[in-house]
Design a protein around this ligand. Structure first.
Ligand code: T4K
Length: 371
């Protein structure tokens, strides 16, 4: 029987019929980009939904990282995590900064504040932390390190759309948090991104930088770039925001079935929920293949692939293991990050995954666990 492949994710799509009137409106108005009505509507809607004071829409998450660094005038050394998508570190190079790697905490898989503090030098200017898989960093611990040493604190929250702490939005932590609205994310606009922050003046600077640095028609105040989101993407975002809670709930149901099926499989480690999280977004479902499992991680990856289950090794290799980053400060001693990267496998997780498809993934992983 030829079954269609199951990918690690699939973008949620609203009914095309609901998008058509929006397209007609855009056609009729000929307002395609440069801060049109859908752009402004989405910016306001996201500030409300995400419960953050300021949101600036951008072309993608990578540009958001670059603009956050630029808007906060970050130069010099920036301490960051090796356990992320390569865009996190690339943004530092594009911004003329020097990445310095520090190890992660084994429970959160995010930067360990003690390791960050140990990596500080007189040239350190900022911390770029990632809420990997939408799991919150130790925001209080990182803020304390940043405050003690006068550093900027930027969060790559590409995975953390809609994550709420008991104390409020995770995106309110630090000087700024960046989001990705790429097609593979819980909330997407095909491509897209944003910066969330608390400071109105910082938002004004980001808004200037995303449009070439223009202030009005005749003045350019900074070496800005083109990082704008267009009206098609923004209209799509306005529409799909209406379905986001249902998408997250559907993902939560899939994750709960995986939890129940894999919780006691020998040699498989799942991530324990972190304290203080009021709402998770279920963007990813990582499992960690330990020595007690019947197969090694790569053998499991191949075996699932042969059955049309296209799991992904997010995040392997470590960023610090790519040739271009191998000699970066800190790259040679990251034992916890290395252990996680060598054992991780992200299973298919998205709202449209059917019960039968979830059963198919569970059956395949469970069968592989038998020696
Ligand atoms: N910071 C972090 C922590 C990030 O994870 C990312 C991006 C960024 C920053 C940068 O944000 P952006 O500049 O991208 O906005 C994907 C995404 O391209 C990337 O956005 C994401 N992180 C990263 C974790 O994953 P790939 O190369 O693994 O994607 P790809 O094309 O192999 O897609 C994975 C699966 O998703 C496919 O097998 C099928 C499915 N898919 C994908 C696309 C693009 C679809 O069904 N439809 C689609 O249109 O990088």
């Amino acid at each position: 029987m030829n079954r269609p492949p199951l990918y690690v994710t699939q973008p949620a799509l609203p009914d095309l019929a609901d998008f058509e009137p929006m397209l007609r409106e855009i056609w009729a108005s000929r307002r395609l980009t440069n801060g049109g009505p859908y752009h402004d509507q989405l910016e306001a809607a996201l500030a409300g939904y995400l419960a953050v004071p300021q949101v600036s829409l951008l072309g993608n998450g990578t540009l958001a990282l670059m603009l956050a660094l630029k808007a906060l005038d970050v130069e010099g050394e920036v301490i960051t995590t090796p356990y992320s998508f390569v865009a996190t570190t690339h943004a530092l190079l594009w911004s003329g900064c020097t990445p310095v790697f520090a190890d992660i905490d084994p429970a959160s898989l995010n930067l360990d504040p003690a390791a960050v503090e140990a990596a500080i030098t007189p040239r350190t200017r900022a911390i770029l932390a990632v809420h990997v898989y939408g799991r919150p960093c130790d925001t209080a611990g990182l803020q304390a390190v940043a405050d003690r040493h006068g550093l900027r604190l930027i969060y790559d929250a590409a995975h953390a759309f809609g994550v709420q702490l008991d104390t409020g939005s995770l995106l309110a932590a630090g000087d700024a948090a960046i989001l990705s609205f790429h097609a593979t994310k819980v909330f997407h606009t095909f491509e897209g991104g944003a910066i969330a922050c608390r400071d109105e003046a910082l938002k004004a600077r980001i808004d200037l930088l995303r449009n070439f640095g223009f202030k009005g028609e005749t003045r350019v105040l900074a070496a800005g770039i083109n990082a704008k989101m267009n009206e098609l993407q923004a209209a799509f975002g306005c529409l799909s925001l209406g379905g986001i809670n249902a998408e997250i709930e559907a993902r939560a149901r899939v994750a709960a079935r995986y939890d129940a099926a894999f919780g006691n499989l020998p040699g498989l480690r799942l991530l324990a929920p972190l304290p203080g999280v009021a709402r998770h977004n279920h963007g990813y479902y990582p499992i960690f293949v330990a020595p007690g499992f019947a197969l090694g991680r790569d053998a499991l990856y191949e075996q699932l692939r042969a059955q049309g289950i296209i799991a992904r090794r997010y995040f392997y290799p470590l960023i610090s293991d790519f040739d271009m980053y191998r000699s970066a400060p800190g790259a040679d001693h990251l034992p916890i990050a290395r252990r996680m990267a060598d054992s991780v496998l992200c299973l298919p997780l998205y709202g449209a995954l059917s019960d039968d498809e979830v059963s198919r993934v569970i059956a395949a992983v469970t069968a592989a666990a038998r020696p």
